[in-house]
Write a protein that binds this ligand. Structure first.
Ligand SMILES: Cc1ncc(COP(=O)(O)O)c(C=O)c1O
Length: 460
């Protein structure tokens, strides 16, 4: 008999241990968010019902990851847990040197402390904010070279994370001496979690070879990116994800990594490379801030959990469910007439708040208005990615960001479809009342990274 085909893609796990959610009323949440100065970063997590602030470190560990914790060996030097971790990384990314760090930004800080500095230029498809901050902190310039399709909200181009190879070639021709390495972020988080194609990575490698430049990956969401390649790129459909990941790794000279994303850890990261001299310099810095090179800011048990997570994240059933469930949320919002960025990326859905709330001008923060309304209505915590996050400039001026988005990031293996159905209903409820939402003004803001601590007041 033929294998019956069913339409529903189920969560490929069942629940083994549960965490209660605290039910709250809209009245309670209105008070909470007012007390928090209308800043959702200041709201206590126990007052949040569905937390879509980030997919970073918020995933659920598996039974086998919890079991792996028991194998954690906390020896200061040469712990067996390091070798388990190193081998799990090398199984996918076969780099000579694998240097653990406590999270991704620590790997960035160390790498750019060595290769950055005044006068240097680091190209990337789009620098994630911590990457940009760590590049700029050294005095170097962070240049974004993502393809034009990435800026066209209406384009359904499947690889909007691609780097513009011609622009890279121009940069290397004009300022090549200033470029210590080329970076590519997979998937492109700041560009909507959009994937990078294998063809694009090959083309970048070819340009790097011609100009003699190392290529580094910011590979936080490598498995989601590989799944998109398998699903959308010509000639890739029959392949094992692990095989695609190995091909991606083979094109690079090194990587930075946050293990809080695809490696399914609650903490962790690493820096890896082939160059012995660079590795030596990085390890020297690691010892100053992170720890001995066989634990690098992590407990042995964290190394074990990440090693196990790396085995689980490349599972096709997991990735099918993961990417489908993000798409399910996106498609349901589109069907409800709510404007989002398309195609839907791997880890999040981005609502176009500027389009949804055209009566709120960018400098009255439509993303903030929407994020607060989602919280007040249904206890759903999201993240404004727009004029609050990017609108203030070093010279003190304020301008509208390119877009005013609200990101609904989906933690891995944490929420079920009924949680997501609830989120959809909350979004529909807020959309139905969108014309009554008001903008905000800032009462108080810090000099940098204001979105974390600024306080707000609703406008009349
Ligand atoms: C693409 C990308 N790079 C780097 C980082 C930084 O990682 P971490 O939060 O572990 O420091 C993140 C975190 O969200 C990210 O998405």
């Amino acid at each position: 008999m033929d294998e019956p085909q069913f339409r529903t893609i189920i969560e490929p796990f069942r629940i083994h241990s549960v965490e209660p959610l605290r039910m709250t009323t809209a009245e309670h949440r209105r008070q909470v968010v007012q007390d928090a100065g209308y800043n959702l970063f200041q709201v206590h997590a126990q007052d949040v019902l569905i937390d879509l602030l980030t997919d970073s470190g918020t995933g659920a560990m598996s039974r086998d990851q919890w079991a792996a914790l028991q194998h954690g060996d906390e020896s200061y030097a040469g712990s067996p847990s390091y070798f388990v971790f190193r081998d799990a990384v090398r199984e996918l990314f076969d780099f000579e040197h694998v240097i653990p760090t406590h999270q991704g930004r620590a790997a960035e800080k160390i790498l750019f402390s060595v290769v950055g500095g005044a006068g240097k230029v680091i190209p990337n498809n789009t620098h994630f904010d911590t990457t940009r901050a760590n590049v700029e902190y050294t005095g170097a310039e962070a240049v974004d070279l993502v393809v034009a399709e990435a800026h066209d909200a209406g384009s359904d181009f499947p690889f909007k994370g691609n780097l513009d190879v011609d622009a890279l070639e121009r940069l290397l021709t004009e300022r090549g001496d200033a470029v210590p390495l080329v970076m590519v972020t997979i998937t492109n988080n700041s560009g909507g979690g959009q994937p990078v194609s294998l063809a694009n990575l090959h083309a970048i490698r070819e340009v790097c070879d011609r100009f003699g430049k190392p290529l580094f990956l910011d590979a936080c969401r490598f498995a989601e990116n590989a799944w998109f390649i398998r699903e959308k790129e010509a000639g890739q459909s029959g392949r094992e994800v692990a095989d695609i990941v190995r091909e991606i790794g083979s094109l690079a000279d090194g990587m930075t990594m946050s293990a809080k994303k695809d490696p399914l850890g609650n903490i962790g990261g690493w820096l890896a490379m082939n160059d012995d001299t660079l590795a030596r310099q990085c390890r020297d810095l690691l010892v100053l801030t992170e720890g001995f090179p066989t634990y690098g800011g992590l407990a042995g048990r964290d190394l074990e959990a990440v090693a196990q997570g790396l085995k689980e994240v490349i599972d096709h059933e997991y990735l099918r469910y993961r990417i489908r469930s993000t798409a399910y949320l996106g498609e349901s919002l589109v069907a409800s007439g709510i404007p989002i960025l398309t195609p839907v990326g791997g880890h999040a859905v981005y609502i176009d708040a500027r389009a949804m709330l055209p009566h709120i001008p960018p400098l009255h923060y439509p993303g903030q208005a929407l994020a607060v309304a989602l919280y007040e209505a249904g206890g759903v915590r999201s993240c404004e990615i727009g004029t609050i996050m990017f609108g203030r400039h070093p010279d003190g001026s304020e301008h509208p960001a390119a877009m005013d988005l609200v990101r609904l990031a989906i933690p891995r293996r944490t929420y079920t479809q009924s949680h997501i159905d609830y989120v959809i209903e909350v979004c529909q409820h807020v959309a139905a009342q969108s014309s009554s939402l008001r903008g905000y003004r800032i009462v108080d803001e810090p000099p940098a990274l204001r979105h974390f601590t600024a306080t707000f007041e609703p406008l009349d």
